[in-house]
Write a protein that binds this ligand. Structure first.
Ligand code: FES
Ligand code: FES
Length: 223
């Protein structure tokens, strides 16, 4: 069945099951709200990060879990095109700074930070990296993209994920989405083998693996 017809009939089936609102319509509406919210939040967070963390030792409620020590150093990050300046301790990992300090809640932790699940993946300077295995202090001047940024920049990928039912509990999904985006930035039309290789480090306890391949193929026109 051609892609448009397949999309339409899947949408109509969803509508029947959910009382008139399709999953696609719901997701597109949610993404619009999410995009607006993330831009708004980004602005507010930038202000907090710049204003309240103007010097080490001033630990604002919004951004620091613990009082900073004299070992803390200031780093600059560009996250989803927003610039941040934050103070970090030498042992703080990137995942905690992005998630707990700056509020990028799409970044997950399915393996207690053992580097085994891929749910904390972010794109850093064009490469997918495990943020749980990366010291924040080493990321000064890095450009980072999280799933919040992918949702704004690559809506067709998000739509393909929804249409192909790539998530069950959804906990692993942001890590997959970010890894897929990094792959498509590097190889716009990947083969199935390249998709499998790229997603090899992402674990899904619900077993959605084949759906991710379908979604990525669909978005590249290789379905
Ligand atoms: S939290 Fe599992 S790899 Fe980072
Ligand atoms: S959808 Fe549940 S862990 Fe992947």
């Amino acid at each position: 069945m051609p892609r448009e017809e397949k999309k339409k009939s899947a949408e109509e089936n969803e509508k029947d099951r959910s009382g008139g609102i399709s999953r696609r319509e719901f997701t597109i509406a949610s993404m619009a709200i999410f995009g607006a919210a993330s831009v708004g939040e980004g602005k507010a967070i930038t202000q907090v990060a710049n204003k309240k963390l103007a010097q080490p030792g001033i630990a604002s409620q919004a951004t620091a879990k613990l009082p900073l020590t004299s070992s803390a150093r200031k780093i600059s990050l560009t996250v989803n095109k927003w610039k941040y300046e934050v103070y970090v301790e030498p042992e703080w990992i990137l995942r905690d700074v992005l998630r707990d300090q700056l509020g990028f809640l799409s970044i997950k932790d399915m393996c207690n930070g053992y580097g085994a699940c891929g749910s904390c993946t972010v794109i850093m300077d064009g490469r997918p990296v495990l943020s749980c295995m990366t010291f924040a202090a080493e990321c000064d001047s890095a450009t980072i993209e999280t799933a919040e940024g992918v949702a704004v920049d690559m809506q067709d990928l998000i739509e393909a994920y929804v249409m192909n039912h790539c998530m069950q509990c959804g906990y692993c999904t942001p890590g997959f989405v970010v890894t897929a985006k990094a792959l498509l930035d590097r190889i716009p039309k990947p083969t199935e083998g390249e998709i499998r290789d790229a997603l090899g480090g992402n674990i899904c306890r619900c077993g959605t693996y084949t759906q991710h391949i379908l979604a990525i193929k669909e978005v590249t026109g290789n379905a």
